[in-house]
Design a protein around this ligand. Structure first.
Ligand code: 4AD
Ligand code: MG
Length: 464
């Protein structure tokens, strides 16, 4: 009888008692006495490790000694009922092969309970901890859930470019993409770097958003979304900012601001429910380890409508609150995260959608309201996070959009293609951007954005 290779998740969920199977993975711990060794084996397929029981009389002393924390092994044995608590089954080990030794003297994850800061410094190994196994399984589930949500609703996934020639969005400082030799760049007559000699024949950057391209696609395919990496070169060293982050940007023809809010709310609630339904073991671990109110908070979001109000109403609430803020609030200023969190965590105690922001603090493409002062913007604010989504109804009127671009000194020739959509068969449309890592912060209860992306890029840090 040859042993069937199985993942630990499958062993634990199907309990194939009496079967001879093969398992492979990394050793978390080895305990025991002079007669028997207990090996906790984790292969990443589930939060749980599988217990392997080895009668030492049947094995070489030397091979058992090489079963150390962090080593990689392949083992065969019979699945039996587990007498220990917590496990339904364990493996009565028959053969053992060491695939990769792990020197106990130098393996950095020998002990449990390392700080998240320390683990950030060994990001190449932190996948092997309970915490990061849980976080990255949830990250996968959220990514899959996003595609499922949109696919089930008839949206099309559009791959927007990562390298872009326009700096139009104005969402943030950009990273230049260039093959010019920085030590010896070609110069024009004025002595400035001549990007016409660069790879693309013009200056190019990493994109800050796929929205403008998504709008082009929406005005043909109807309902689309992008889901890709975006880049911002701001020097924001906070627990909620990355220089490279992933963004989901739906764009829908014929939607106005109300439908845009409904879509954002449906999507967030769907994703949180998806996590509760599909990531139970990992969420329970995170709830116990880091944040005792995590599951309660997730359940709350699934069960309650978000509060909707205008920016103007929010400013009034903040001014009347009597709360002490580091930055003063006044109509016309951008809300700081302390203000956003006051509204969500103290005042409404639930997620909030703010709309109709002053035009001067928002992007050029947002649809102007009748008052001439505010635009049809919407930000979704979440507990512990602040802004998780930013979006708007778009200005679909050619003349108004052009006038707004002139006012904001946005070069028309760079964006002629964007203006063309308003020239040929324009229509009302709306969309938004969800920061994937901000969603991950909320769903996992982790408190630093560097701990929900495998390899964080932040100012002064692009290691690994
Ligand atoms: O509000 P933002 O800048 O909106 C846009 O980029 C629009 N083009 C979206 C659209 O309408 N299609 O960014 C959207 C979201 C924010 O709400 C936040 O969740 C996230 O992206 N975000 C960041 N996440 C991590 N690090 C950063 N530096 C981020 N900047 C924005
Ligand atoms: Mg924003």
């Amino acid at each position: 009888m040859s042993a069937l290779y199985m993942k630990v998740a499958e062993v634990l969920s199907t309990s194939p008692k009496g079967k001879e199977i093969c398992v492979k993975g990394w050793v978390r711990t080895r305990r025991g006495n002079k007669n028997v060794a207990f090996i906790a084996l984790n292969d990443g397929s589930t939060f749980y490790s599988l217990q392997l029981v080895a009668e030492l009389s049947g094995f070489d002393e030397e091979i058992i000694r090489r079963v150390t924390t962090g080593s990689c092994i392949s083992a065969t044995g019979v699945v039996v009922e587990s007498l220990g608590s917590g496990q339904t089954v364990e493996i009565q080990m028959q053969t053992l092969e060491i695939l990769g030794d792990s020197d106990p003297e130098s393996y950095p994850l020998q002990k449990k309970g390392h700080s998240l800061e320390f683990l950030r410094e060994i990001a190449h190994l932190r996948f092997r901890t309970n915490t990061f196994g849980a976080v990255f399984r949830i990250r996968h589930a959220m990514s899959f859930g996003i595609h499922k949500f949109f696919n089930d609703r008839g949206f099309f996934h559009i791959h927007s470019p990562i390298i872009t020639g326009s700096d139009a969005e104005g969402a943030g400082a950009m990273f230049r993409v260039s093959t010019i030799d920085p030590a010896n760049p070609p110069k024009d007559e004025a002595g400035k770097i001549d990007y016409s000699e660069d790879f693309f024949g013009q200056a190019t950057n990493l994109t800050v958003s796929g929205q403008l391209e998504a709008e082009l696609a929406a005005m043909a395919l109807g309902q689309v979304y992008t889901f890709g990496p975006t880049f911002r070169a701001e020097n924001s060293n906070t627990t909620r900012h990355l220089a490279e982050f992933w963004m989901i940007e739906p764009e829908v023809a014929f939607n106005e601001i109300k439908e845009n809010m409904d879509l954002a709310e449906d999507m967030l609630r769907y994703l949180v429910r998806y996590a509760l339904d599909n990531c139970k073991d990992d969420l329970e671990f995170l709830n116990g380890q880091y944040d005792k109110e995590l599951l309660e908070r997730l359940q709350f979001v699934v069960e309650n409508d978000f509060e909707r109000l205008t920016y103007t109403e929010a400013v009034e609430i903040l001014k009347k609150s009597g709360a002490k803020f580091e930055y003063p609030v006044d109509w016309g200023t951008d809300l700081q995260s302390e203000h956003e969190r006051y509204l969500v965590e103290k005042h409404f105690k639930k997620p909030v959608i703010l709309t109709d922001y002053p035009k001067d603090i928002k992007a050029f493409y947002m649809k102007m309201n009748e008052d001439g002062k505010t635009v049809r913007a919407m930000d979704v604010l979440f507990p512990g996070i602040g802004e998780i989504i930013g979006g708007s109804q778009r200005e679909e009127n050619y003349d108004k959009l052009r006038a707004r671009m002139q006012e904001m000194h946005i070069p028309e020739e760079e964006l002629y293609w964007y203006l063309d959509t308003r020239k040929f068969g324009t229509c009302p449309h709306a969309g938004f951007g969800l920061g994937f890592e901000r969603l991950m912060l909320f769903v996992t209860g982790m408190s630093n954005i560097r701990d929900v992306i495998p390899f964080p890029r932040t100012p002064q840090n692009a290691a690994f």
